[in-house]
Design a binder for this molecule. Sequence first.
Ligand SMILES: Cc1cc2nc3c(=O)[nH]c(=O)nc-3n(C[C@H](O)[C@H](O)[C@H](O)COP(=O)(O)OP(=O)(O)OC[C@H]3O[C@@H](n4cnc5c(N)ncnc54)[C@H](O)[C@@H]3O)c2cc1C
Length: 351
Amino acid sequence: MKKKVLIIGGGLSGILTGFLLKQQGFVVKIIEANNRLGGRIYTKNVFNTKVEMGATWLWEYNSELINLCKELQIELYPQNMKGHALFEAMNAHSPQKFELPKNQEISYRISNGTSNIIDKIANKFSNEEILLNEKVTEVIETNVGITVITNKTKYIGDYLITTIPPSLLVNTVKFIPSLPVDLISIAKNTHTWMKDSIKFAVVFKKPFWEDQKLSGVGFSHVGPFTELYDHSNNENTSFALMGFINSNLYNLDKKEREEKIIKQLIKFFGDEVQNYLSYEEEVWKLAPFTNFVDDSYVTPHQNNGHTLYQRRYFNNKLIIAGTETASSFGGYMEGAVIRAKEVASIIKKEV
Ligand SMILES: Cc1cc2nc3c(=O)[nH]c(=O)nc-3n(C[C@H](O)[C@H](O)[C@H](O)COP(=O)(O)OP(=O)(O)OC[C@H]3O[C@@H](n4cnc5c(N)ncnc54)[C@H](O)[C@@H]3O)c2cc1C
């Protein structure tokens, strides 16, 4: 009898774990609450321009992710940093040009957008194996396995792997019997990487900042954006700037943030900014399938890879996974790949 594995979450951890287990002959079902796969990987396509609303960069030491990209025949290219950068220190002054240090660590981008990784893995599944718009609300241990209740129906599996960020998991999913109190406490205090960030991208017809010998890199102590990068593609056929907005501005409406960002970009690069094609943004703090909003402060990366995540629960049938539970690089895409491999090998060995 083939063993059935249910996986909650169709982000990088969930989809890669599913694929590795499917390769080993397991019957896999991935249950995703959102209307898209990818989770914190989210590439939008606007005016034929791929803009990253979530994960964007990887680094030379992300060897597992680099190998995955190789296997999927996905190319990487260095983040464009050519030209001067700008720094806005005070509201009253124009941003000042400066030269970026030469010995900076190189960040790489993913050809065709980070979602390319998700799409290529998702193509290996059938429609029955990936379920969208199904929010898991309850997990029940039974004599024969484990039952998962969603907003639509229920599923029974021999194993359950959850990849929901731990803090969101214990605050939004009911477990019967209850999970151990020490695990609940650690999960509530596990930081979900980038949970408070607001990312934006502005798409243009031309990279006019290059004419001014600017790299598109900007930093600001004034805001609303605090960091800015060139976001054009490697082929130089689509052009954008992308950055991070001060996370305290999450409660403004999109139009207000857009107006403030465009005004600030004009201060950086001049009136050509006004001809922008599109403004895109994602407020991750308010993303219901990433963040559980509460008042507690959790230090970034706190409790990532905690030993309690290395144990199994519900008579070894339940595994808590996702990047925040990885033994290294927790919070990053590299952590998601590492954890997917760890979990797939645990289940494979047991069976
Ligand atoms: C703005 C931003 C920028 C980032 N930049 C980088 C970067 O440059 N480099 C880098 O390495 N990493 C970056 N990251 C982190 C990276 O995106 C994550 O490490 C990685 O994508 C996590 O994958 P995951 O599958 O573990 O979790 P997630 O992507 O969070 O996946 C969890 C999945 O579970 C689903 N889910 C939640 N609740 C339920 C439920 N009740 N029922 C069913 N499904 C549910 C969610 O919809 C989601 O699809 C960034 C993240 C953000 C938000």
